[in-house]
Every structure is written in C-alpha cells, then in structure tokens.
Write a new protein. Structure first.
Length: 497
C-alpha cells in the first residue's frame, strides 16, 4: 500500500495542508489493491507467488536507486537464467504469437535448454531482437490502432528487463502517475481525479490528448532520459535493439526511427519514463514556480487530466505545454484537447452568464459530470460509462452470441456471466447504476435474440424461460466500488513505501 501523499493527485498545497476531513480520520492515501483490466499482470497474486528468489535479488537495485544522483551500473548481470525463466512463466499462455510464430506452450518444450541458450545470447551480446508483428485493432471511434506483437523470446527478455528497471524508476516516478505501475490501477487514477476536483479549489479542467504518442516517442531523447539513471552500456544497447527492431506487416519489414510498439511488454515502462521527464517533472516545477492557484494532475500512461483554480493559469499552462512537447517531438491533439469550466462553482457561474450546464469530460472509460449529492446540498462528480463504449461492448457481445448461438445454453451462459461480471468489475462505481442496468438489459435482449435464431423451435422460447436462464447466469447490477474519498482515506500499512 502506498504512503499517504498529497502528490498522489498532483497537488502541492501552497497555503497549508488539506483540512478536508476523511471518514476514518486518516490522511489521504491510495489503497493498495489489485490491478484492473489494462494493467500489467505483474501485480497479480499468482504472478507474485511465482516470482521467487530471482526477483527478490533485485531489491539491491531499489536500495541503490534511492540515491537520486547515482547512475547505476552492472544491471545486466541481474538478468539471470532464473529471472528469464520466471519471466517466461509470467507471460500470458494464450497470447498471439509474433513473427516467430512461437506459442508459449511450444517454447515450454525443452524449456531449460532454451532458457540457457537465451541467457548466453543476452549476456554475450549475440541476442538479436526480432521485428514486432503489426496488427490493427478497432477503436471506439471507428478508427484502428496499430499494435506491435513481439516474438516470444523478446517478450521474455523484455519482461526481465522491466523487472530490473522498475526497481530504479518506481522510486523516481511522481505520485500522480498511475499507468502500468505495480500496485496502481485505473481506479486509483479515477479516485484521485474525483478527490482532487471535489476537495480542491478546481474551477477549470484541462482534458488533454497527445497525438499518436506511442508512434512519436523520440529515440534519442528516450536514451538520454535513460542515461540519467543508467550507466550500464549493455542495458542501453539492449533497449536500443528493441527500438530499432522495426515492424513487420504482411511480411514486409519497415524501419522504426521513432516510437515504441504499443502492445510490447516494455513499451508502457519506456513511455512512462519518457513522460516522466517531458511532462511530470516539468509540471511539478511549473506549478511550484508559476502557479498562484491550486493545480492538480492525474496521469494514466499518455492520458492525463489537470485541474486549475484560475482560467488564465490554465491557458498559460496549455500554451507553454505545447512548446514543451514540440521540443521533444510530441504534439497536443488540438481537436481532442479541451479546457472546460468544471467544478463546484461551474454551474452557478455559467447560470449567471446565461450559459448552459457545465461541459463534461471523459477519462478512463467514464464520462465525468458536475452533479449534486443525493441530498442535493453539496457538489459531487458523477461518473457514468461513456455511451459509445457501452454500445460498442453490447455490439461485440451480440456478434459473439450469434456466432455461438447453437452451443448449449449453459455454455453460452457461462461465457456471458464472465463477460458481464468483468464489465461490472470495472464500471460498477457509485453513481453509475443506470448504465450498469442498461448494459445488463441490452445483453439479455441480445441473448434472447440469439436463442430465438437457433432454429424454428427457438422461436418458441418464452420470456419466462429466458428469465430463468438470466437468473441463473447473468449477474445482477450492483455497485462494487466504494466512494473515492473512502478508498483514498485509508490507514497506510506499517513500512509502506
């Protein structure tokens, strides 16, 4: 569990500490909890049990990295055969294979010989990274996102390198950075932005988007940033191999001069390192030197939201941010980046000017809306599932149901239960009950339609029988997450870092 820190929501108090009371009377602290969908599997209990002595030996790196000005050497010797073996065990069994067409199970045949050979090649410098296989996956807006699938041995070595490098950078990263970090999740980030807006003097929200971030990371700058803490030339050479391996699409290889393949094991860590130096450290210094009002920031990988007390400061920051990004090869997506009036006074201020309701912003799958508490006597931020995300998921489930409509109802039911429960596990936050019930209703309609299409007899299916199937297999909608201020106000464990 993380130590209670104001910086966890990107806040540097200028006029004394936060006096807002917490339910338990404890200081604000994000609760240590399992990672949700989209996070590294490194944090799962199963992986934690697997990662034994080899990972335990990496604690020496963490201790050395506490000396902030120290550049670390001799990192490569920590990538042992034992660590590579544990990295292999941590990979997903059912992951799509890369250009090598090697599956996890196939590599397991003769594993010890393969790991020994791989270790020898890595340590001798004979290891060669293979190009990533490029595939395209649809986005919610109808466009497609390129994903790079690494070869199996590249995944193994990358996972081992991530474990080594995490020991350095987990003590370096800012508290308001949440994406793809151990013991941090999307819900921690969602809680932080909720608490920041409701308990701080936030009147303006900057909803920022970086244009094609993973495809535009400058390799030269990334290596320079890595060199601030890493003095092991062999480790830097290993990372360069992955950056320069290129991509393969339909059998055609192409060079990669910029960017890091989105979807590779090491890509989230490299992107966090890049934005740590380009954005996080700069934001921290900016608000300390130039910010007169309160400024909050929450970042999840390349997606970040900021809150400002004053509009002029927000506009000044955005102008300087564009210049900052241009220096490092990044660009703010002008069409997706918005500065909106949002906060406890937004509704009243807009009413005085004869304007409509405050605008909303999207973050990590939720639309954030200015609202009132149940009793109507206080401000709150209501979160509901982004409408097109909900519809896209329903469409996906409907297509799959039609594909498996001839399977036994029990087989379909087990699959639907896992899908609906997984959906609720993420979206069942306070205030989102209407969206949860709408999702469940649409899923039951889709199942009813699929079952009636099985055959002529399928049209005899009645709602009474369907209700029995629904009661057996489809979980009921219920809120599964506490209010964010309850989860942030927990007592940290002794010895937490």
């Amino acid at each position: 569990m993380n130590v209670s820190k104001e910086s966890d929501i990107g806040i540097v108090p200028k006029k004394g500490p936060n006096k807002t009371p917490c339910p338990d009377g404890e200081a604000e602290a994000p609760e240590g909890r399992p990672m949700t969908k989209g996070n590294s599997e490194e944090s799962s209990a199963t992986c934690t049990q697997r990662q034994g002595k080899a990972l335990h030996g990496l604690d020496r790196i963490r201790e050395a990295a506490k000396e902030k000005d120290l550049r670390l050497t001799n990192l490569m010797h920590h990538i042992t055969a034992d660590l590579l073996r544990e990295a292999y065990q941590a990979l997903r069994r059912d992951a799509v294979s890369g250009v090598d067409e090697m599956t996890w199970y196939e590599y397991g045949d003769g594993l010890e010989e393969r790991i020994t050979d791989l270790h020898n090649r890595v340590q001798s410098g004979r290891y060669r990274a293979k190009p990533s296989k490029r595939v395209w996956i649809p986005k919610s807006d109808g466009r497609q996102r390129p994903i790079g699938i690494a070869a199996l041995e590249d995944k193994i070595v990358q996972q081992a390198a991530v474990w080594v490098l995490n020991r350095i950078y987990e003590g370096e990263f800012c508290g308001f950075s949440y994406g793809f970090r151990p013991e941090r999740s999307q819900h921690n980030a969602l809680d932080a932005i909720w608490v920041g807006i409701t308990q701080r003097r936030v009147s303006w929200v900057l909803d920022a988007d970086i244009r094609s971030f993973f495809d535009t990371i400058n390799h030269s700058w990334l290596i320079k940033f890595l060199e601030k803490r890493i003095a092991d030339s062999r480790m830097l050479r290993l990372i360069r191999k992955w950056l320069r391996a290129g991509v393969s699409e339909d059998g055609e290889w192409s060079r990669t001069e910029v960017g890091t393949p989105q979807g590779s094991v090491i890509s989230p860590l490299l992107s966090n390192i890049y934005l740590h130096y380009v954005l996080d450290v700069w934001v921290r210094d900016w608000r300390n030197s130039q910010g007169r009002g309160e400024v909050i920031i929450v970042r999840y990988c390349d997606d970040f939201v900021m809150g400002f007390q004053y509009r002029k400061e927000a506009e000044q920051f955005l102008a300087e941010l564009k210049e900052r990004f241009a220096e490092y090869g990044l660009e703010i997506h002008s069409e997706k980046t918005r500065l909106i009036e949002f906060g406890r006074f937004a509704e009243a201020n807009r009413a005085e000017r004869g304007e409509g309701k405050p605008e909303t912003f999207n973050f990590l799958g939720f639309t954030h809306i200015c609202s009132r508490t149940r009793k109507g006597n206080g401000f709150t931020v209501r979160r509901q599932t982004i409408a097109n995300r909900l519809q896209a998921k329903v469409t996906e489930v409907r297509k799959e149901l039609m594909r498996i409509r001839h399977e036994q109802a029990s087989i379909q039911g087990r699959w639907l239960r896992s899908v609906v429960q997984g959906y609720f596990n993420y979206f069942a936050v306070p205030g989102n009950m209407a969206s949860l019930e709408a999702f469940r209703t649409e899923i039951t309609k889709a199942w009813f339609s699929a079952l009636r299409r099985r055959s002529q007899k399928g049209r005899m299916l009645t709602w009474s029988r369907l209700k029995r199937l629904i009661a057996t297999w489809i979980p009921k909608a219920r809120i599964q997450h506490p209010y964010p201020n309850q989860r942030l106000c927990v007592k940290p464990k002794v010895g937490a870092v």
